[in-house]
Design a binder for this molecule. Structure first.
Ligand code: ADP
Ligand code: MG
Length: 682
């Protein structure tokens, strides 16, 4: 990276924060969007609120200082003109502009025009400037790329570095076979990279994006197809669909199934009865009854003489699942054990022996179960909670456990993915959805709290605690740094404990704590040893504290909808009414942020929120944020025009490549294999 001009060690660190480690990463740090400043107009034609460019001569520049909350801030003012007339431009906090604008020289300015207060004329605010002769032409008078920025890393700075690195794009490896590029009439990779950053016009931008999106989708679809082919090569133990038995299982449950649960259970029983391994995803909001459905599948499998492994992402979640499952499975006559890191060696040996003899029907644990030398007598079913992404090694380990047979796999997730995107994301998985809550659950009452009502909100929390309830306080997201995040949570914890709730018991949870310490804090909070848990986003995953009734989220505008919904799912698990209070930063939420927060108020279902999210962010960002990584590309940031049609084109091309023999494309196979599909085991 330091081969590039101006990339000092400080900038290396900043770039690392956005995942850019190499020049190739930088070239693949695609813009989030472009601002269209391609239209240059004479000064007299400037229009209020429009984004426009002018080419003007500098007449006068002055700097004055105004007082603000954070001290004195410099305001630069310039008087500029072209043949048609004169205009004014202003910049706040950018003193360097004054020294750059040398009077008499010609500059291009791109910016938004506002009406001056107090009846003045039009003024261009915070415009980007470039010298008309000596400028690079990257920042004004064009489609200007905007990147994801973090503190100290501006789009302007990134543009200059990307432009400098562009010649190196010619040496980048291209995953897209030439035959596909030719069939779809797509430009070469280096050209597409240059154009996706600095397109001449919208048409060029769209073609470049399409080129890059297609190669990402192609790898994804190949991964899906290869994985399915491998899966279908295996045989799975058959668990007969015995209707009487299914009825008995249903009747043994202490509640009536929802329709959605009934349908999902039926689909799973049908899959289990097939001799090929099931690959099904059970999707449903927290509390929709996924675990109960999984229990039925375990019971059915046990009745046919096969065993199950139930895996959760963390030890504490495994313990929680065991607690939900134990009473259900007991009624169903199923023998369950919990196996986690803290299980004593002697108990561990007993469990191993029980599995090998077939006496134990199901073991609940973490994903470490795959690596453990656990060898069930006849493994029939694997349940993976929260979309575990299986790597090649884990797949093989699991195949071994099954002997000649490969187990059925049921993945479960509370993260809703809009239906339109399911094919891309889950390709090889069949999806069942629990879109209905068990009766009697009331939605969590959600409000956006203005900063003027902060004190009242704290009073409200205090009253809830006095009633014996508990509360979560989520701290704002601080860039991408876990360290800064931990620091901010620590100081918020201190502030609340000392200044706001000195008489209450507050606990702190963040990602820099040791796993054991985190679990201990969560357990203590669950046990009621604390009134308020101040936490970073680590609390997101499914920890269950029925006594907690308030979820307070600071800096709510910084979180994505899916994440906000996950936080909210932490409360309202008991019989009491629950509340979610959303705070936004000092300046209040921006427009898109506000739509997200209002959506939280309006909708309680994760699926509705997922559709809203898709509408606000577009499919590229929704997929990008879902943690999908295709090889070395930074998510699917560029897939701005990702739509069902593009996915099916990629699918068709993947099928053609397979039909023509994949061995002709070894690097594609490698990329597809490295791709981790959610929940898909084979
Ligand atoms: P999830 O895993 O989707 O979060 P669970 O299966 O853990 O949901 O169910 C949440 C709670 O609701 C559990 O206590 C469970 O026993 C209960 N439950 C599940 N299904 C029903 C139902 N159909 N009617 C009433 N309660 C149910
Ligand atoms: Mg659950």
């Amino acid at each position: 990276m330091t081969a590039l001009r101006a990339v000092t060690p400080t900038y290396v660190k900043r770039l690392e924060r956005v995942g850019v480690h190499t020049i190739e990463d930088l070239l693949r740090y695609y813009p989030r969007r472009h601002e269209d400043y391609s239209k240059t107009v004479p000064v007299v034609f400037l229009k209020e609120d429009a984004k426009q460019t002018v080419k003007v001569r500098v007449e006068r520049v002055s700097v004055r200082y105004t007082r603000s909350r954070t001290g004195n801030r410099p305001v630069t003012e310039a008087i500029l003109s072209d043949d048609s007339g004169r205009m004014k431009a202003m910049w706040f906090n950018q003193p360097w502009v004054a020294s750059a604008l040398s009077p008499g020289d010609e500059f291009t300015l791109s910016g938004q025009v506002k009406k001056q207060r107090g009846g003045g004329g039009l003024v261009m605010m915070s415009a980007a400037i470039e010298h008309a002769d000596r400028g690079s032409g990257l920042h004004t008078a064009r489609l200007v790329p905007l990147y994801r920025e973090v503190q100290g890393l501006t789009s302007r700075w990134i543009r200059d570095r990307v432009a400098q690195a562009l010649p190196l794009a010619a040496g980048m490896r291209d995953d897209l076979p030439p035959e596909v590029a030719e069939r779809l009439d797509l430009p070469p990779l280096a050209e597409a990279i240059a154009q996706v950053h600095f397109p001449a016009d919208h048409e060029e931008l769209n073609l470049a994006r399409r080129r890059i999106a297609i190669s990402q989708l192609l790898v994804m679809q190949l991964a899906v197809l290869v994985s399915r082919e491998e899966r279908l090569r295996h045989r799975a133990p058959v668990v007969p669909y015995d209707v009487e038995r299914a009825r008995a299982i249903r009747d043994a449950l202490p509640f009536t199934l929802t329709n959605a649960q009934r349908k999902s259970a039926h689909a799973i029983f049908t899959d289990l009865a097939e001799p090929r391994p099931m690959a099904r995803l059970l999707q449903g909001d927290v509390g929709s009854g996924k675990t109960a459905v999984a229990a039925m599948a375990v019971a059915m499998t046990a009745a046919a003489g096969h065993q199950s492994l139930f895996m959760a992402p963390t030890e504490i979640l495994a313990q929680q699942h065991a607690r939900t499952l134990r009473p259900l499975l007991q009624r169903l006559g199923v023998n369950m054990e919990l196996l986690v890191g803290s299980t004593p060696a002697s108990a561990r040996r007993t469990i191993m022996a029980g599995l090998e003899s077939g006496f134990i029907n199901v073991v609940v644990g973490t994903h470490a179960l795959i690596e453990d030398p656990v060898k069930p007598r006849s493994l029939g079913l694997v349940i993976a909670d929260e979309q575990h992404r299986f790597g090649v090694g884990q797949r093989e380990a699991l195949a071994q456990k099954g002997g000649d047979l490969f187990p059925h796999v049921l993945s479960m997730t509370a993260t809703p993915i809009p239906r339109t995107l399911q094919l891309t994301l889950y390709g090889d998985l069949t999806v069942s959805v629990l879109d209905e809550m068990p009766p009697g659950r009331q939605p969590v009452e959600t409000r956006v709290v203005p900063s003027s009502a902060r004190a009242e909100a704290y009073d409200f929390v205090r009253r809830q605690v006095q009633k014996g309830q508990q509360a979560f306080v989520i701290c704002p997201l601080v860039e991408d740094s876990e360290l800064l995040q931990a620091r901010s949570a620590t100081s918020e914890h201190q502030r609340l404990q000392e200044e706001v709730f000195p008489d209450l018991r507050l606990a702190l949870l963040h990602g820099r704590m040791k796993a054991g310490d985190k679990d201990a804090i969560m357990e203590a909070f669950k046990a009621g040893d604390y009134d308020i848990l101040v936490s970073t986003s680590v609390v997101e995953v499914g920890v269950d504290v029925p006594n907690a009734t308030v979820m307070m989220i600071e800096g709510a505008e910084r979180f994505g909808l899916a994440q906000l919904h996950q936080f909210r799912g932490r409360v309202g698990r008991g019989s009491e009414r629950a509340f979610c209070l959303l705070f936004s930063g000092e300046d209040g939420p921006g427009e898109g942020d506000n739509r997200r927060l209002q959506a939280m108020v309006a909708y309680s279902s994760g699926f509705d929120l997922a559709e809203v999210d898709l509408g606000i962010r577009g499919p590229g960002d929704v997929l990008g944020g879902s943690g999908m990584q295709s090889g070395h590309d930074s998510g699917l940031m560029v897939a701005g025009l990702l739509d069902a049609r593009l996915i099916s084109i990629a699918r068709e091309e993947a099928e053609k490549l397979i039909a023509g023999g994949l061995e002709r494309h070894p690097h594609l196979v490698e990329a597809a294999r490295a791709f981790r599909l959610p929940g898909s085991l084979s």
